[in-house]
Structure formats: C-alpha cells, structure tokens
Design a protein around this ligand. Structure first.
Ligand SMILES: NC(=O)c1ccc[n+]([C@@H]2O[C@H](COP(=O)([O-])OP(=O)(O)OC[C@H]3O[C@@H](n4cnc5c(N)ncnc54)[C@H](O)[C@@H]3O)[C@@H](O)[C@H]2O)c1
Length: 393
C-alpha cells in the first residue's frame, strides 16, 4: 500500500517538474525565500529597542496592533521600548477572539492607517496570537501594496507556527482563511515571558502543534511536548526546535506546492472537527481539534505502515494527559466526511492525507478511501468510549 502512496507523491512531483521546465526569471528566485529575522528573548528586546530608536524620527508612522488581552497583559512588558515615539505611535486594539480575524477588522486597520496618513514607510507591529499576526500580516501586505510588519507572537501556537512561514489570512463568509497572502515579516520576536499569562488550555492547544513537529520532523519533540515541563527554559528549547523545523520545510517549499503539505499532519480531520464544533456552538480550540486529527492520522498510518503501528498507543497517553476527549456519535461521521471534502487541499475524488511511515518520516498526498477514513473516526469513537468507561469505573 505504501507503494501506492509513494506513487501518488512522485506522480504529483513529476507533473510539477514537467511544468516548470522553462527557466525561471531571476526575480522569482529572489522572492522564493523572503528573509525574516527571528530573534529570541534578550536579543529580541535589544532588536526592538534599536528598531524603535531608529524609527523615532518624528515622522514615520508606527502602529501597534493588539487584541484586548494582549494589550492588557503583554504590551506592558514591552511598553518602554515604544515610549520614545510620542505622536508617531498609533495603537489599534481589537476584541480578542477569532471573530476579529475579519474583513471588517482589516477595514478598521486600513482606516486608521489612512487617518494617520501612513505611507509605504509605515511600520506595523503585531502583538498577539495567530489571530493578530495573521490579520495584521494580511492588512500590512496589501496596504499601499505592502508596508513593513513585525510579528511579536504571544501564544505558544503563534511562536511555533502562526507567526513563522509568511502565511497571512483572514476568515471570510464563515470560512477559515480563504483570503490571504504570503508576506514576509521583517522580524519575528520570540519572548517566552508572554506565556506566563497565557491560559492553560491555550498553552495545551499550542502543544498539539509542537508534538506535530515531533511526528513530521523532529521526534525529540514527542517527548518534550509536555505541559508539566513547560518552564521558560524548556519552552524556549521546544520553540527553537519547532521554528527550526518549520523554517527548513518552508524554505524548501515556500508556497505549499509539495513538502510544506507535511505541516498539515492531523489537520484534514482536525479542521472538520473544528467546523463541526463551530456548527454545534461548542468550544474546540485549533490545537484540540488537530489533536483529534492526529489520533486519526496515526491510526491510518498504522494501517499502512508496520513501523507506525505502535505510535498511536503512546500518543493516546499524551492525549489523555492533555485533553478531555471531544465526544462524537456515529451519525456525525457523514457530516465530518462532507466537511473534509470541502478542505481546500483536496483534489479530485480522493481525500488526501499526510501519514507517517514512522515518526519523523511523513508522506504527503496519500489518497485514502472514504471507508478507511470513516474507520479511523470509529476508532476514535471507540477509544473515547474506553476512556469514559475507565474514568467511570
Ligand atoms: N499563518 C499560519 O501559518 C497559521 C498557522 C497556525 C494557525 N494560524 C492561525 O492562528 C490563529 C490561532 O492562533 P492562537 O491560538 O494564537 O489564537 P488567538 O490569537 O486567538 O489567541 C488565543 C487567545 O489567547 C489570548 N492571548 C494571546 N496571548 C496571550 C497572553 N500572552 N496572555 C494571555 N492571553 C493571551 C488571546 O487574546 C485570545 O483570547 C487561527 O486564526 C489560525 O488560523 C495561522
């Protein structure tokens, strides 16, 4: 069966190679790897001080985008860096939550920029989780055809994933991320001190993305991604490993034509759970949904590869230590399958997955028949039932 999977993967690549046999112009190559400086801890603060000092010319408009929580809890930690700016500084604070990742928030940002007569020299600092960096990055990428932007992620998910890799987006018409751009921030500043105020469920949601990097790129992270170990020193180590993995993947394939797809491990089924929960008005964070998606992806991997078979058992221990299983009924599988079909990454009839040959060895574009996908959902339901039974006896 893995031969089929390999065939799908290589068929896809050889088609692509065939298409791009014409020599690319030089500017396309230059744009392929836009550079973003990534700075950690003290280096990040020093960079921020120096950057803001260089901007304090009395003229260049400087904007800070935050949400209500990050403005209240995170901004005080870096406020002193912005103090020399006086009237040059403009602050935009939005309601916290995914609902703010919208076109109307973009319009609000663009209005504030226009009101301040911001030209292409303006600079936008995005202080927040993935909602703020996705939104601010997108707003900056199209205002006057692109102004400089700097991400200061404040959630674990933002630090290991959303602020890294140049993807920006807003939600539109109830769909997540259909409008967006690839746009490089000038810098991403990682300061783990922000994590001290992050609610535990948000930290755990970020850990799901951390363990994902363990399965697809660096198996060390499978053991390191544990809530009990999350002191500042440990957080910095795992964030560095994750960023290293993401940068290697993204620089090999900036626009998700092939290798970058491996970052979607657990996400096809995870997104379907996220949408189902939204329809039911349940709260299910992104990482919580991806954690269910990874259960199913590991179950499927075990069906195709002997070496991946044992992975689910240890994953289940990890899952139980971090999450309360989200319940679904057999009748929900039809809707989940429909939602998976709407996934923008699918082509043709097959549902395509990232599966593992073994930990650290992912395969992308693996076509899986619907029946198998449903079996993985039933395996999840069975497991949730067993957990419930164990907890109630
Ligand atoms: N661009 C990408 O490559 C990429 C990758 C993954 C996810 N995303 C996007 O990221 C978003 C999710 O990001 P998120 O999980 O960071 O959510 P988020 O930005 O909504 O933050 C979660 C919550 O934590 C609060 N918060 C943030 N930092 C805090 C802090 N230090 N202390 C206390 N509270 C804090 C926020 O106000 C919010 O209520 C989604 O929109 C998703 O689509 C983008």
């Amino acid at each position: 069966m893995w031969d089929d999977a390999l065939y799908l993967g290589t068929a896809h690549l050889s088609q692509k190679q065939h298409k791009i046999s014409i020599e690319k112009p030089k500017f396309a190559l230059m744009n392929k790897n836009p550079s973003t400086q990534i700075l950690f801890q003290k280096d990040a603060i020093t960079w921020l001080h120096q950057r803001l000092e260089s901007l304090a010319d009395g003229v260049t408009p400087v904007f800070l985008l935050a949400d209500t929580n990050t403005y209240q809890l995170c901004y005080p930690k870096i406020k002193s860096c912005f103090e020399g700016l006086g009237d040059q500084m403009h602050t935009i604070v939005l309601d916290a939550g995914e609902a703010s990742k919208s076109l109307s928030s973009c319009q609000h940002i663009w209005k504030e920029l226009l009101k301040a007569e911001a030209g292409r020299d303006a600079v936008l600092f995005n202080l927040g989780g993935g909602m703020v960096t996705d939104l601010g990055g997108f707003a900056a990428s199209v205002y006057k055809r692109g102004i400089r932007t700097i991400h200061i992620p404040t959630t674990l998910l933002g630090m290991v994933d959303a602020a890294i890799g140049h993807k920006t987006a807003i939600d539109f018409m109830g769909v997540k991320n259909p409008i967006g751009s690839f746009y490089a921030a000038e810098a991403v500043l990682i300061m783990t001190d922000f994590l001290t105020t992050l609610p535990k469920n948000q930290l755990v949601s970020g850990l799901a993305e951390v363990i994902k990097y363990g399965y697809i790129a660096n198996p060390k992270l499978i053991d390191l991604a544990h809530i009990d170990q999350m002191n500042p020193e440990h957080s910095e180590i795992i964030i560095r490993y994750c960023i290293d993995a993401k940068q290697r993947i993204v620089s090999a394939d900036p626009k998700e034509q092939d290798l970058r797809k491996i970052l979607n491990f657990g996400h096809t089924i995870g997104h379907a759970f996220e949408s189902l929960a939204m329809e039911r008005k349940d709260t299910l964070l992104h990482g919580e949904a991806v954690a269910i998606g990874m259960f199913c992806a590991l179950w499927l991997s075990g069906q195709y590869s002997q070496k991946a078979f044992g992975l689910l058992k240890s994953y289940n221990h990890w899952y139980r230590a971090h999450f309360i299983p989200y319940p679904i009924k057999p009748a929900d599988t039809a809707r989940l399958m429909e939602l998976m079909r709407q996934d923008k990454k699918n082509k043709g009839n097959d549902l395509r997955f990232v599966l593992l040959e073994y930990a650290g060895k992912p395969r992308y574009d693996v076509g899986v028949p619907d029946e198998r996908v449903k079996e993985s959902l039933f395996a999840y339901m069975d497991w949730v039932r067993q957990v419930d039974l164990q907890e109630n006896t």
